[in-house]
Write a protein that binds this ligand. Sequence first.
Ligand code: UD1
Length: 419
Amino acid sequence: MEKYLIIGGKKLFGEVKISPAKNACLPLIASTIMFSGEFLLQNAPKISDVIIMAKIVENLGGSFIFTDKGLLLKTFNINSYSPSKEICCKARASFFIAGALLSRFKRAIVPLPGGCNIGIRPVDVHIDAFNQLGVDCIMDKDYVKFDANKMKSGMVSLKYPSVGATVNAICACVGLMGESLISNCAKEPEIVDLCNFLNLCGAKISGIGTSLIKIEGIALNKSLKIVHRPIDDRIEAGTFIFATAVTGGEIAFKYDNVCNICSAIKTIEKMGVQTRYEKNTLYVKSKGELDATQQVADVFPAFPTDLQSPLCSVCAYANGESVIEDRVFKDRFAFVKQLNDFGVNARVLGSQAVIKGSKINNPCTEKALDLRAGAGLVIYALGAQGESQIFGVDIIRRGYENLEQKLRLLGADIQYILS
Ligand code: UD1
């Protein structure tokens, strides 16, 4: 059995390296399926979600290898539009391949996705977008069958700015002759990264980073050779900021586009943590004295839902009552019940968590319920008085590269134990 053993109360000091974003890598890998080529995603983290996505490429006839430069994918020999259910059900983002498969084959059979247990995760927005492009989608219990023989460029209006549906709509339109307009798209930085990458591959996408994306279809290139560095992981950056907030200390990390983490920075500053951005580096300084906050997680540029559980842990150490609402995953509050189990005054009211913090909190013995709740547990344990045991390390490792090594280098007392 795997666990983290964390003795809390150690201040964090030093410099940490933020990895390229998992949530950028997954759509990038999915999109390579539409082309025939060789793609190096520089420094892509070798974590299980990224490996699963690369294995899907392999399952379709491509190949991948992690080198000292990053993840190298080859898609010359992709010859299948029907990936195996066994691989796809391991990651929610597996459904992101549908659009790229339709661009390449005009048909696809894609298993319904798995992934984190953070509430209902339907695919209706994806299906509706494909329908607007003229794709026939037939859904059964386990699969969606897509027939894109009548697929045409045109207008797509997303019912909700879903990240995954935006990925699928963009990938479906890149190879469609004519002009497509996708409105109400997600504006997340990972979508911007995908569009920049696709343009590097020859796509003609404009309106990048806005809610209206225009795509002029292209003939999909053969024999591409592309090198791209995915954007820095904003959720990992936020996790280290929040860990420092509860323990106290002073950390710094290089971060290229600080606008992507503005909402997390503003939130933590309001709670009493000092930050400074200079020469591409963010400096974070905390005395471990935190004020309560009110925060709403919503689509970018608002505070990200993926940092909602980590923020709840910070609130457990804040002076006063915090109220955290999640408008993206309205039921993503199982973690708050865990906090309550180990003595934090925390409760869920509808789509809000109400947390009354305390400077001193008990250690915990708990299992990570999902990836970001797992990060929340680690942050909580780093601040707690005494020894915590955190199970479900495999879930945390889906999204964090070398988390324990990085924390140890900053001075945390965290050990990985396999027994
Ligand atoms: C992506 C991220 C995930 C993040 C989420 C929201 C990846 C690999 N994952 O997930 O970490 O938490 O964005 O920022 O990038 N919805 C529907 N119908 C749909 C699609 C979505 O109702 O067809 C709902 C979802 O249930 C959820 C909300 O829309 O409540 C947001 O989902 P979406 O933006 O699609 O998230 P993902 O792309 O799955």
